[in-house]
Design a protein around this ligand. Structure first.
Ligand code: PLP
Length: 400
């Protein structure tokens, strides 16, 4: 008999973590490896946030907190949504979890019945389809290519929706493409969604603060208030405050949904660390003066990486407007042979070749459900990125 659960056997481990592990193994045997497969800012957490955590430790804030997060943090989250997004949520409509990731997970666990469908425009973050599978649902993948700015169109959305559709997962700015939905684009999608009241919207805004354009940030519940009653807006401190390891994310939506998500959380992690919660309050309420520096550094790196990748014959790459990833197309390189004569037939084989040959770890587009591409995280030091793109160029030039 089969010991492991079928729903687990049906899901894949995180491809980004796998690629990073492979890179780490090569590092251990002494290879000089540049890891561009992980998505996290390389900046330190701002000093005032670190101080708040230390103060919380010294106040002995070391007990269990409320399952949805401390009231003080949920009030800070409520202020954040009102200040930044014009969204009004009471603390009862807010859940804090172990990263935005747990919010997505809780929401799917709380709502998905077997056979329920979740529309996922791709390229999408590797975890979306797998979390849907783990919840017993069916991911409905809608491929959105570079020509469409990697964004789902109203026509594609209409076509993907069925009576079994429970959620549309939207991520803007997107991992891995960096695509950003404008208010007008969200409004056009809303026209479709208003026709299908069974469909809820999961808006993953985790990269809200990492944008290189001046147009104001748009999120579905604010663009179309009629949809707010079936929207879960998810955000967190990982990316904007360089706090990936602190594990604090939050979501806001209708009370009944949050209540069900609290039940899931109460029977799993209970809540994220009390110290991290205290730090997150300082982050959300504190000064944001460090942010323009973060974004400018990312912009400089983006311009360099995309500029260098574009010069490689066989690679195409547009400037991503947000997040800290480039998502170049590599179709032009597929079908060629490496110096040992091995055929490079897919983006996965290309990523493995680049790791082997150039010591640079990237993630194949297949992992994000859009083959023919790969993802480069440019949240790394400038020198390292320059070396990485030079090595990728040299390795690509050796393909015949
Ligand atoms: N959503 C997207 C699109 C992401 O890329 C990530 C992290 O890589 C997350 C959510 C999760 O962030 P965290 O759980 O650290 O808040």
């Amino acid at each position: 008999t089969q010991f492991l659960a079928t729903r687990v056997l049906g899901a894949k481990p995180s491809a980004t973590k796998e690629m990073t592990q492979l890179a780490n193994q090569l590092k251990l045997v002494g290879r000089d490896i540049i890891t561009l497969s992980q998505g996290e800012p390389d900046f330190p957490t701002p000093q005032h946030v670190r101080d708040a955590a230390k103060a919380a430790i010294d106040r002995n804030e070391s007990r269990y907190t409320d399952v949805p997060g401390t009231l003080a943090l949920r009030e800070a989250v409520s202020r954040k949504f009102e200040r930044d997004n014009g969204l009004r949520y009471t603390p009862e409509q807010i859940q804090v979890g172990c990263g935005a990731k747990q919010l997505l997970y809780n929401a799917l666990q709380a709502t998905i019945n077997p056979g329920d469908e979740v529309v996922i425009p791709t390229p999408a973050w590797v975890s979306y389809p797998e979390m849907v599978l783990l919840a017993g649902g069916t991911p409905v993948i809608v491929r959105c290519n570079a020509g469409a700015g990697f964004k789902i169109t109203p026509e594609q959305l209409e076509e993907a929706i069925t009576p079994r559709t429970k959620w549309l997962m939207l991520n803007s700015p997107s991992n891995p493409s960096g695509a950003i939905y404008s208010a007008a684009e969200l409004a056009a999608l809303a026209v479709v969604l208003l026709r299908h009241p069974q469909v809820w919207i999961m808006a993953d805004d985790i990269y809200e603060k990492i944008r290189y354009e001046t147009t104001p940030f748009a999120t579905p519940a604010a663009v179309t208030p009629e949809l707010a009653a079936r929207t879960l807006t998810i955000n967190g401190v990982s990316k904007a405050y360089a706090m990936t390891g602190w594990r604090v994310g939050f979501g806001a939506g209708p009370k009944e949904l949050i209540k069900a998500m609290n039940l899931v959380q109460s029977q799993s992690t209970s809540h994220t660390s009390s110290i991290s919660q205290a730090a997150a309050i300082a982050a959300l309420d504190g000064p944001m003066d460090f942010l323009p520096g973060f974004v400018e550094a990312f912009r400089r790196r983006r311009d360099q990486v995309v500029g260098d990748l574009c010069k490689i014959e066989g690679i195409t790459c547009d400037l991503p407007p947000g997040a800290f990833y480039a998502f170049p197309g590599c179709m032009g390189l597929l079908g060629r042979r490496d110096p040992s004569g091995n055929l490079i037939a897919s983006d996965t084989e290309l990523a493995l070749y680049l790791l082997r040959e150039s010591g640079v770890a990237v993630v194949p587009g297949t992992a994000f459900e859009l083959p023919g591409h790969f993802r480069v995280s440019y949240a790394a030091a400038d020198d390292e990125l320059k070396l990485a793109t030079a090595r990728i160029a040299a390795a690509c030039a050796r393909l015949q």
